[in-house]
Design a protein around this ligand. Structure first.
Ligand SMILES: NC(=O)c1ccc[n+]([C@@H]2O[C@H](COP(=O)([O-])OP(=O)(O)OC[C@H]3O[C@@H](n4cnc5c(N)ncnc54)[C@H](OP(=O)(O)O)[C@@H]3O)[C@@H](O)[C@H]2O)c1
Length: 169
């Protein structure tokens, strides 16, 4: 199962100068709850924006740099993103693509589930964006009530790709 988890602003903003455009502890908690004990896949830049290897998660870091190494038992370095995504599509275990912009762009057409945090605000300084979502291809499966934090409203919305719903019926 290939899943994407992302927090996006009202104009699909996701990043600003190598970090997130907002600070929403509730969203970080949600991210942790969903990804704990799972495998997370990310671009090399997103990995470098993290405080380090996240506890209780297997990491796949995607890079074109063949000399990139990261010596940790829960870190695997990947040079073939497409192969990794195809493999995840066919396995029962859920793989979470956690960003950033470059990786989301390549993974969205193949993703089977979307876990969106919709941040109800625009961020004019943002420099990294999530690709446009063709919502007609997705069925909403869950929506939280609106949460307010640091003066910012947001909600969690989950989707399943309609084709994969059909395959299951
Ligand atoms: N809002 C959110 O939920 C969220 C989530 C994650 C990240 N972000 C934000 O997104 C921003 C980072 O995104 P980004 O687009 O700049 O970078 P990114 O997608 O995290 O990483 C880009 C890097 O991934 C590698 N890469 C990309 N495609 C590849 C492929 N097909 N094969 C092999 N390697 C590949 C390359 O690494 P090399 O250069 O090493 O070759 C490339 O430089 C940050 O601001 C971060 O905070 C936001």
């Amino acid at each position: 199962m290939l899943s994407i988890i992302v927090a996006i602003g009202a104009r699909n903003e996701i990043g600003q100068q190598g970090t997130m455009p907002w600070h929403l502890p509730g969203d970080l908690k949600h991210f942790k709850q969903l990804t704990l004990n799972k495998t997370i896949l990310m671009g090399r830049r997103t990995f470098e924006s993290l405080p380090g290897v996240l506890p209780k998660r297997e990491h796949i870091i995607v890079t074109n740099d063949l000399s990139f190494q990261y010596d940790h038992p829960r870190v695997k370095v990947c040079h073939n993103l497409e192969q990794e995504l195809h493999k995840a599509q066919k396995t029962e275990e859920e793989l979470f693509v956690i960003g950033g912009g470059q990786i989301y762009n390549q993974a969205l057409p193949m993703a089977q589930r979307l876990y969106l945090t919709l941040v109800h605000q625009t961020f004019p300084e943002a420099d990294t964006f999530f690709p446009a979502i063709a919502f007609e291809e997705w069925q909403e499966t869950e929506r939280s009530p609106e949460i307010k934090e640091n003066g910012i409203g947001y909600e969690f919305v989950n989707y399943q790709r309609i084709a994969s719903l059909k395959e299951n019926t």
